[in-house]
Ligand binder design. Structure first.
Ligand SMILES: Cc1cc2nc3c(=O)[nH]c(=O)nc-3n(C[C@H](O)[C@H](O)[C@H](O)COP(=O)(O)OP(=O)(O)OC[C@H]3O[C@@H](n4cnc5c(N)ncnc54)[C@H](O)[C@@H]3O)c2cc1C
Length: 414
């Protein structure tokens, strides 16, 4: 498959736009189709963290024992909409099963392989878009009120060591110096010098999409409902604005991707891990670094348009309306982190993380149709994983050997 072709990408989130960017750089024509303008899905409001050192899965061996206390705590990091539980249960069981010690090590290695090059994979795209200031290697900080609470348990530490992640334990006094805005109640820190963040996750998608359009790509507002097939492949998209002829196709439709792959004969256990943010445009404090609060599992990220608290997981499907009480929990924890916080002009947001049970994405060719590529399921790591995913999809599409082994991200692993 080396001839240059026309690719239709479904999904104008960070993953779809990164795929379109890399496919276009490889000389292909691209059309991106989304029911919304670029970046208005999950990519709009994430915590902005870009962490080459992200190698610790969410599903860990001790999670099963911690879930009841998470669910019992109204301010806790996990909520399940009980009416949705029967639908989500098979996914939840697979999610817990992914926390088996052996599987955790495999997932961790796959996370490290994908995330280590995350800044480098963005670099050519940002340069071409004239937006190199958007992603910054500032370092990031874990904090906890508990003695050594930021360090994690022995398995977490072992996984980081195996992946060669640089980190530095920080005591209470040093924490004050590194991040003076933080409440003195925090006693333990862990600094990751190689991590960083995007100062505006939405503008990031917008500038990359604008570059795709400037280079001749089409970005269209259409809702895709299905496909028309000839004897051996999909040959047209069915959309709310009529049919669109198809040559090659990339499914990068975030938390909705499984609805499309299903129609292409591939079932994937994709679930929405709904998350929330509150954005404070004039917070009145000036945190220097993005911080992951390890006591309450959320991030506080200084962005170009304010301070963002983002996180929590709510299992409730893609269609349920947001429950902004979840966002206000973040605000409550945020106020305890930064005394004197100003909340005027605050906004709230909910987005659906596209998550497979092991937390790894699918980056693959459709097992049914060689002209169809899958790029979705980046769960908590889609911002950091998007650019490298785009690069890998362009390599797959050209027939070039992929720059990392794609076996862990195959669609048939479930
Ligand atoms: C609170 C929170 C914090 C997070 N923090 C981080 C972080 O710090 N770092 C990180 O790396 N990741 C983070 N994430 C995860 C990250 O935001 C996601 O993994 C990423 O945005 C997924 O991107 P995507 O392009 O796959 O999906 P999306 O951005 O959701 O894009 C998918 C697009 O597909 C479109 N679409 C779907 N179906 C159709 C259809 N049938 N027709 C037309 N269009 C369709 C949708 O409209 C949507 O625009 C966070 C997520 C949340 C919720």
């Amino acid at each position: 498959m080396s001839r240059q072709a026309h690719f239709t990408v479904i999904g104008a989130g960070i993953v779809g736009i990164a795929c379109a960017s890399y496919l276009q750089r490889a000389g292909n024509q691209v059309t991106v189709v989304d029911s919304r303008p670029p970046g208005e899905g999950c990519s709009f409001g994430n915590a902005g963290l870009i962490s080459p050192g992200a190698c610790v899965p969410f599903s860990m061996p001790d999670l099963l024992w911690r879930v009841p206390s998470f669910l019992a705590d109204p301010l806790g990091p996990l909520a399940v909409r009980w009416a949705y539980l029967p639908q989500a249960l098979p996914w939840l069981l697979r999610f817990l099963a992914a926390g088996r010690p052996r599987r955790v090590r495999e997932v961790s290695r796959a996370m490290a392989a994908l995330h280590t090059p995350c800044f480098d994979a963005y670099a050519p795209l940002l340069k071409a878009a004239g937006a190199e200031d958007l992603n910054r290697r500032t370092g990031t900080l874990y904090v906890s009120k508990k003695e050594n609470g930021a360090l994690g348990n022995s398995l977490t530490m072992a996984l980081r060591e195996e992946a060669g992640v640089k980190s530095q334990a920080i005591g209470a006094a040093e924490l004050r110096q590194l991040e003076p805005a933080l409440s003195p109640d925090y006693r333990s820190g862990l600094f990751f010098p190689d991590n960083g963040h995007s100062v505006n996750s939405f503008r990031l998608v917008q500038v990359l999409a604008a570059r795709v359009a400037r280079d001749g790509g089409a970005i269209l507002r259409r809702t895709v409902s299905g496909f028309r097939f000839d004897s051996d492949k999909p040959i047209a998209l069915l959309t709310d604005e009529g049919e669109m002829p198809l040559d090659r196709l990339v499914i990068a439709a975030g938390a909705w991707s499984h609805r499309l792959t299903e129609q292409l004969g591939t079932t994937v256990p994709l679930e929405a891990e709904r998350g929330y943010h509150v954005m404070l445009p004039n917070p009145g404090v000036r945190p220097r670094l993005p911080i992951s609060n390890k006591d309450h599992s959320f991030a506080a990220t200084p962005m170009e348009n304010g301070l963002r608290f983002a996180g929590t997981v709510e299992i409730g499907g893609v269609d349920a309306p947001p429950d902004y009480r979840r966002a206000r929990i973040l605000l409550q924890h945020g106020k305890a982190m930064y005394p004197g916080l100003h909340t005027e002009g605050m906004t709230e947001w909910m987005g659906c993380r596209p998550s497979l049970p092991d937390g790894l994405p699918v980056i693959d060719v459709s097992p049914k149709f060689p002209s169809v590529f899958f790029a979705f399921g980046h769960s908590h790591y889609g911002l950091m994983g998007a650019a490298i995913t785009g690069k890998l999809i362009a390599e797959l599409a050209s027939g070039a050997p992929p720059s990392i082994d794609l076996a862990p991200y195959r669609v048939n692993r479930f």
